[in-house]
Design a protein around this ligand. Structure first.
Ligand code: TXA
Ligand code: MG
Length: 350
């Protein structure tokens, strides 16, 4: 299959391209598109065969459910059993935006879309290309991140092309995304709302809106999750670069010293190492392939660069990557959650 890439300007959207893309979705095909978080790989969420194509193109395990994207709040009614008060409150505050809510699904949503679950993840993205595509495609677009399963999520259209060229008919290129990490996921089917994946919408923001919220992601809460993980995606290897990734933790001084020493040792052994550092420490590293992710003063930039940097290292001849660690609060928590998964929980305490 030939993959066509069409550029779109979010401010003046070419309607004929949206109409073409919407027709592909309505016919049960796949279209990759930008959202404010990461690029998504979209299909009609209400057609079982269309959802199955997403799993095939990504190489995604079939028990890992998809998020359904809507463009209008009233459309929620058709795909859930009921709209709880909490969902109204959150939608009012955070939609369109980087928040996915888990609700009990209605019969209209096929089990192929929810990975066999009776619940469904739903969000309204804050990107006009995405919203127009959803409307043109019939109102309900199932979309995981548009990467091959296990690889870092795509933040520019060429990342999608790297992974899915020849497997899908169309990529809508809306330029670089604004946020760079996936939506916060909150489960509203339980007594207390639970955060299943941290993101741009922080626990503090959700607490302010709802009162109590519970965090169950072991990567951030330190809790062991036994049995079936709440967000099935959590159990799979994620975001991993080709090289081994190691998170070095400690005081800034100790971390830079140790990474420098490790890089030097590696060099003596004929191994090239990579370093993910920050603007504040960039000058201190002397060996290896050094990439700054941004300033610690600006967590939004760090979030936006994370997946791109992991992908860049796949093009370098490095066999190990050392990274500094980040805050465990606010947006830093979401960044660390992705980094911990990318590193397969590989830490070095110094
Ligand atoms: O920002 C985002 O959320 C992006 C853009 C494209 O919207 N999408 C995204 O989708 O990150 P994906 O498939 O890469 O991640 C979805 C996560 C998975 O970990 C999945 O297990 C979880 O959401 N999920 C989806 N539906 C669920 C459900 N009913 N119950 C629990 N977890 C669910
Ligand atoms: Mg994903």
């Amino acid at each position: 299959m030939k993959t066509i890439i069409k550029k779109l300007d979010e401010k003046v959207i070419d309607k004929s391209v949206i109409e073409e893309a919407g027709a592909i979705i309505r016919a049960g095909g796949l279209v990759a598109f930008p959202t404010e978080t990461v690029y998504g790989l979209g299909a009609d969420a209400l057609q079982p065969k269309a959802s199955e194509k997403i799993y095939a193109a990504k190489g995604r395990p079939s028990d890992n459910p998809l998020i359904v994207h809507i463009a209008d709040f009233k459309d929620l009614n058709k795909i859930v059993r009921e709209v709880p008060g909490r969902a109204r409150i959150l939608a009012e505050r955070f939609w369109p935006g980087p928040l996915t809510m888990i609700l009990n699904k209605s019969e209209r949503v096929p089990l192929e879309t929810t990975g066999g679950l009776e619940t469904v993840g739903i969000r309204m993205p804050n990107n006009n290309i995405a919203l127009e595509l959803i409307r043109a495609g019939g109102g309900y677009i199932a979309a995981p991140s548009a990467n091959t399963s296990g690889k870092p999520s795509p933040t520019i259209a060429s990342h999608v092309e790297e992974d899915l060229n020849g497997k899908i008919p169309l990529i809508l290129d809306g330029g670089p995304v604004g946020i760079g990490i996936e939506s916060t996921i909150v489960d509203l089917t339980l007594d207390a709302p639970q955060i299943l994946r941290p993101g741009y919408v922080t626990p503090q923001m959700l607490e302010e809106a709802l009162g109590e919220v519970v965090i169950i992601d072991p990567a951030i809460s330190g809790q062991e999750v036994k049995g079936r993980p709440k967000a099935p995606g959590m159990k799979y290897k994620h975001y991993a670069p080709k090289a081994d990734l190691i998170i070095v933790q400690g005081t800034r001084e100790a971390v830079t010293d140790r990474i420098n020493r490790l890089c030097m040792d590696n060099k003596e052994q004929g191994i090239t190492a990579g370093v993910i550092c920050t603007k504040e420490t960039e000058q201190r590293y002397k060996h290896g392939v050094i990439k700054s992710i941004g300033s610690r003063e600006d967590e939004e930039t760090i979030a936006r660069h994370l997946f791109g940097i992991l992908r860049e290292f796949d093009k370098e001849e490095v066999s190990v990557i050392y990274t500094e660690s980040f805050e465990s609060e606010g947006l830093g928590q979401a960044v660390m959650n992705r980094l911990v998964k990318a590193a397969g929980h590989h830490f070095l305490e110094v």
